[in-house]
Structures are given as structure tokens and as C-alpha cells.
Design a protein around this ligand. Structure first.
Ligand code: BMA
Length: 339
């Protein structure tokens, strides 16, 4: 019996590879056949990366950041039987408003896909007088209805929690500027209706650890565990030769997720493989989703690699929780409830 439990369904068909012998550092290992999505995956799309997937029916479904050959990113729908081999619709996801009228954003990137109760929500970055967050809902992956934009510009990174907390939807985001933001902390906002957002709280900031000393941002939708919300996020270092994006881990309080219980001082995954170090933007590991099996504690992390590919990494609930707790450094700024 695992020392921890996670909330969620059993996903016996999820992608998985056993932990390799001799793994040092964090208990996170890459899929040996990475990347799982390569270049030119769909007609008119040069690269797919920073994308989110969920179990659906007998297999998996996902929303994918597809960089078109004209350089403009949009969101594409993909399906897979095994979570590894994906087929994509050639037409980008068509968003409409409540009346069914066309409501396509000018561009859309870094989508997340999160099920809350009986609805799936897509959250992404788009133009709203500058970079801002867009949202849509679907119940069938055929009709995608735009919701109100939750925030004023600028904000480029938002992640919804998979259930309401105290009766409210909860959204992590990272307020920013409209460019390649050289700063950024993670904040929490709540909404009773997905229209009005408030009760904003600071969750955590960049840290003095070099790998996340420039900015941080939410990654995959938090996983509910017996110990708190397990969050895989991205942490950025600003080197003399550009930004480096690594994957970090934290555990947030279940009832008040703006309180950080544990925060791992080391990264969990950092660019090392060719597909992470080499690409359109080198040195990027950008987590956007997990698939996790509550029955076994297995977790598969989907991450964008070098803004060019999708990679898959694995971990196991007990090991990652223990590792984050053992290497935790929580600063005052991450715990103050009045923040
Ligand atoms: C961030 C976002 C991500 C991207 C990363 C590295 O600001 O735009 O989509 O993966 O930069 O280029």
C-alpha cells in the first residue's frame, strides 16, 4: 500500500515504463522512445509542443499547441489509443460563443485541458490587447464554447484545478508582460461561475535556486493527493545565452492552495537530451499535463521539449512525494497567508 493516495480514476492503459536502474537525482525518468511527437506532425503545422492530454473513452484525447508553418500557434485536437502515438485533426479547434458564432482567437498557445465535474476546460494564452488568458469549455470535444477571459492583460500561463475548492473554481496563473517576461510568480484566483475571478493570492515566487531564479509558472493541473496538491511547474534560469526551462515540484495545501507545504529545491527534470537542448528554442522542458493512475500511483508527465517536440517522463507517487518533502525549502514568502 502506498504511503500516499491520489484522487482520480484508474487508468490501466496509461503509458508507462519501469524506472531504469541507476537513476540518480529526482525519481523522474524519460520515456526511452522520446520524443513522442516529432516535427511536421500535421499538414500546415511545423511543430507540436506544450500540449495537454486526458484519459477519454477507451484511450486519450488532447489539445495540442500546433505552430503553423506561417509561425502562428493554434490549438489542435488529437486522439490516441495508448497516450504515445497520436493522430491529429487537420483543422484547428473551432471555438464559438454561446450563440454558436465564430469566436476564434487571433492565436492560441500553451493549452491546458482539465475536467471539472462533467465538463472539460481548455485554458490557453491568446491576444486580448496583449497576451492574456483564454478559456473555453466542451462536453463532447465537438463543440468548444468560449468563456469570458478570466484576467486583464498581461498573463500568459494559467492552470485550472480539477475540482472546486470551497465551492469555487480555482486557477493558477502567472501575471506577466506581453513579451518574453523576465520575471514572474504563481498566483491563485477563485471564481464561483468562471466569469468573475477574485480572492487573488500569491502562491510562490521565483527562488534563489539558480534553476528557477528568473521566473516560475504553473505546469500540469495539480494532482490531488492525501498530502496536498502535487504541482509540477516550470522554473526558469536566465543564463548569458538565454533562458533554461526546467520542471520543478511543490505540494500545496489542500484547503488553501496558496499555502506551499513543500517545495523542492532541486529541479525534477532539466534539459539534457538532444530533443530538449536542440530545437526552435533550445533548453526547454515545459510541463503541461499528467496522466495518473490512482490505482497504482503511476504518473506520466507530458512536456514540451525545446518548443519543437512533446516528451514523456514518468514518476511514481510515493517516490516523488518523498523526494519533494526530503528536498523541500519553503520560504516565508511562500507560506504567509496574508500574501
Ligand atoms: C514561454 C512560453 C512557452 C515557451 C517558452 C520557451 O514564455 O512562450 O510557450 O515554451 O517561453 O520559449
Amino acid at each position: 500500500m502506498s504511503r500516499y493516495q491520489m484522487t482520480g480514476e484508474a487508468v490501466p492503459g496509461m503509458p508507462w515504463q519501469e524506472r531504469p536502474a541507476g537513476l540518480s537525482g529526482a525519481p523522474v525518468w524519460r520515456y526511452t522512445e522520446n520524443p513522442v511527437i516529432g516535427r511536421n506532425p500535421v499538414k500546415g503545422v511545423a511543430r507540436i509542443f506544450n500540449s495537454a492530454v486526458v484519459p477519454y473513452g477507451d484511450g486519450f484525447i488532447g489539445v495540442f499547441r500546433g505552430e503553423q508553418t506561417n509561425g502562428i500557434p493554434y490549438i489542435y485536437l488529437g486522439r490516441s489509443g495508448d497516450g504515445i502515438h497520436w493522430s491529429f485533426e487537420e483543422e484547428k479547434i473551432h471555438f464559438t460563443d454561446r450563440e454558436g458564432k465564430d469566436a476564434m482567437p487571433a492565436y492560441a498557445y500553451d493549452p491546458r485541458l482539465v475536467k471539472v465535474e462533467d465538463t472539460w476546460y481548455i485554458i490557453w494564452c491568446q491576444d486580448f490587447y496583449g497576451a492574456a488568458i483564454g478559456m473555453a469549455e466542451t462536453k463532447d470535444f465537438k463543440t468548444f464554447t468560449r468563456l469570458e477571459n478570466p484576467f486583464l492583460p498581461f498573463n500568459r500561463n494559467a492552470v485550472l484545478f480539477p475540482r472546486k475548492i470551497h465551492g469555487n473554481y480555482a486557477l493558477l496563473s502567472r501575471p506577466s508582460d506581453s513579451g518574453h517576461t523576465p520575471f514572474g510568480d504563481i498566483f491563485l484566483s477563485e471564481s464561483p461561475d468562471l466569469i468573475y475571478w477574485g480572492r487573488h493570492r500569491h502562491v510562490m515566487g521565483k527562488s534563489s535556486e539558480w534553476w528557477e531564479s528568473l521566473k516560475i509558472g504553473g505546469g500540469a493541473a495539480p494532482i490531488e493527493t492525501s498530502e496536498g496538491w502535487l504541482l509540477f511547474y516550470h522554473g526558469v534560469s536566465g543564463t548569458c545565452n538565454g533562458y533554461v526551462y526546467s520542471i520543478g515540484g511543490a505540494i500545496l495545501d489542500l484547503d488553501e492552495p496558496s499555502i506551499v507545504k513543500y517545495r523542492c529545491e532541486t529541479y525534477l527534470l532539466t534539459p539534457e537530451e538532444w530533443y530538449e537542448e536542440r530545437g526552435f528554442v533550445p533548453n526547454v522542458c515545459f510541463p503541461c499535463a499528467t496522466i495518473h493512475d490512482a490505482a497504482t500511483g503511476r504518473i506520466a508527465i507530458y512536456y514540451g521539449a525545446a518548443d519543437s517536440y512533446v516528451g514523456l517522463a514518468f514518476t511514481e507517487l510515493s517516490d516523488i512525494m518523498d523526494y519533494i518533502k526530503k528536498h523541500s525549502v519553503v520560504r516565508d514568502a511562500d507560506t504567509d497567508p496574508g500574501k
